[in-house]
Design a protein around this ligand. Sequence first.
Ligand SMILES: Nc1ncnc2c1ncn2[C@@H]1O[C@H](COP(=O)(O)OP(=O)(O)OP(=O)(O)O)[C@@H](O)[C@H]1O
Length: 296
Amino acid sequence: MNNVIDVRHLTKQFGNVRAVDDVSFTVEENRIYGLLGRNGAGKTTLMNLLTGQDFATTGDIRVFGATPVENASVLQHVCFIKESQKYPDDFLVKHVLRSAPWFFENWDADYAEQLVDDFRVPVKRRIKKLSRGQLSAVGVIVGLASRAPLTFFDEPYLGLDAVARQIFYDRLLEDYAERPRTVILSTHLIDEVSNLLEHVLVIDQGRIVLDQDAETLRESATVVVGTRSSVDSFVADREVLHREGVGGLASVTVGPLSSADRKVAYDSGLELSPVSLQQLVIRKTNTSTQEFEKSA
Ligand SMILES: Nc1ncnc2c1ncn2[C@@H]1O[C@H](COP(=O)(O)OP(=O)(O)OP(=O)(O)O)[C@@H](O)[C@H]1O
């Protein structure tokens, strides 16, 4: 498995804010990554660094084996779709689509046209006049039709309605299945994208607090629900990650369960369900906040 990105001890300091703090990780080729984290966690800063739009304070970044900063041979394989994308003032949507092949060697104009129909984007309208959602749709279309070997989507769908978001997820998965590439998606809509993600990176206060294969992550915790007494006896010797309850009912999150464990649970009348990715991320980032507050 080839690494498309290799980051070692990367730090980015803005004055007294350490937006990215001694981060090391790799990104494998042809997988879909989720870059998740709370507001101000460092996601956009990290993407800016990985796409050569900003300089690291310290540390080393390799993208396709080389530094991305001012490196055309790297950046021609990279597409970065961000929420705050700027276009020339007089640009119409069709100008964006026509100029895209200058930047992306794999640009597929027919596919872009099909996506324009899917998202109902008015191609003859000025970019400045588009609604918030239509502007996001233009970004999503460019990101998909660029077919760049490495594509970053930073919160790509501000203002996109639920139907358009679903079209984005469906098209991304279909196209990715036919033309595998590496996608890094940053979002707050974690549960919506959880089935899309193959690997999860969670960043909190500039540090990577989770770097895990999504399948392993999904199996890493289970919610056990039932009467308080049966739940308590089932979880008695286990590590409890989270607990809540109402009246005589309890809902407890525990670590991985074997098939024998599951049988015992079912035989005791307990219900088992996987923990949502969103819940896992919330717990992970809440914990580190509490630890941070304790140590502050
Ligand atoms: N140019 C800058 N100057 C000073 N501080 C900055 C600058 N850019 C980012 N920061 C700070 O760095 C931290 C990380 O910001 P960043 O935009 O990377 O977060 P994010 O995870 O993308 O957040 P969100 O989910 O809210 O978009 C924040 O505390 C932010 O205020």
